[in-house]
Design a protein around this ligand. Structure first.
Ligand code: SF4
Length: 165
């Protein structure tokens, strides 16, 4: 899995102060995409164990002020990214069980729930922002999403009640 950027002390992508990891690879090809370079899964650099350690060290150093980690892209649910991110999140949650995880996917909640690997990844997250960016539904006043079709979903509650919360 490649990544294009890691933003430390990010206050834009999710609640609180966070670390945001932008992975490469996306086949949704949304018109008006904010990050077209990341469609190519080979864009950026390989996400190595050293990068993972850097992120974990940052949480160890500044953990008290950090709320959690955000996974964006590209698309974290792009096929090549799922297994590496499951491994990364399992390690992250072992080390930092009180921190939350936000993930942005071009797939909808319903589409994710048709795919066991995607479900496994999403079940390690707290918040899912779902769906493609739709240019003619773009709304700059929305928090954490670009277009009206996208939803900010509480993963645990949605799994518990078997409907989108
Ligand atoms: S899902 Fe996100 S990264 Fe992928 S094309 Fe759409 S806006 Fe761009």
């Amino acid at each position: 899995m490649n990544y294009s950027d890691i933003k430390y002390a990010d206050m834009i992508n999710g609640e609180g102060i966070r670390v945001s990891l932008f992975v490469s690879g996306c086949d949704h090809f949304c018109d008006g995409c904010f990050n077209k370079v990341s469609w190519d899964k080979n864009y950026g650099k390989p996400f190595t164990k050293e990068r993972e350690k850097e992120i974990f060290d940052y949480f160890k150093k500044y953990g008290e002020s950090l709320r959690g980690i955000s996974l964006l892209g590209g698309d974290p649910t792009f096929p090549d990214n799922i297994e590496p991110l499951i491994e990364f999140l399992e390690n992250f949650k072992k080390e930092f069980p009180s921190k939350d995880v936000w993930l942005w996917s071009g797939f909808t909640w319903e589409q994710i729930n048709e795919d066991l690997q995607k479900i496994k990844l999403i079940s390690l997250c707290d918040i899912l922002v779902d769906g493609k960016f739709v240019e003619n539904l773009k709304n700059l006043s929305l928090k954490w999403r670009g277009s009206l079709n996208q939803r900010v979903i509480d993963v645990k509650q949605s799994m518990r009640f078997k409907k989108v919360v």
